[in-house]
Design a binder for this molecule. Structure first.
Ligand code: F3S
Ligand code: F3S
Length: 99
């Protein structure tokens, strides 16, 4: 199991989550941050820190955000894999997050 960052992070990138992760496994992609599923120890410290509630345990991720499992799991293959997946999702779902 791991934690997953989902749609509300896109174009928001608050980064509060990064400061509390004890294993530094939250990484910045182009339009959002993602959690390295191979490094996350499921401590859960990041979840309550996100002001837009973008972070979920994988088994509690809302179904509509299922594509973010693939997006976060793409991290070990590099941001070259992550960024096109995020762009495709944002285009398909007309994501317009902003502060
Ligand atoms: Fe994104 Fe929330 Fe972290 S907006 S960068 S998941 S604090
Ligand atoms: Fe870090 Fe959150 Fe996992 S704080 S260890 S990414 S549950």
């Amino acid at each position: 199991m791991t934690y997953i960052i989902a749609e509300p992070c896109i174009d928001i990138k608050d980064r509060s989550c990064v400061d509390v992760c004890p294993v530094d496994c939250i990484h910045e992609a182009g339009r959002m941050l993602v959690i390295d599923p191979e490094e996350c120890i499921d401590c859960g410290a990041c979840e309550p820190e996100c002001p837009v509630e973008a972070i979920f345990p994988e088994d509690a991720l809302p179904e509509k955000w299922e594509p973010f499992v693939k997006i976060n799991y793409a991290f070990p293959e590099g941001m070259d894999k992550v960024d096109p997946l995020v762009d495709a999702y944002a285009t398909e779902h007309n994501v317009q997050n902003s502060r």
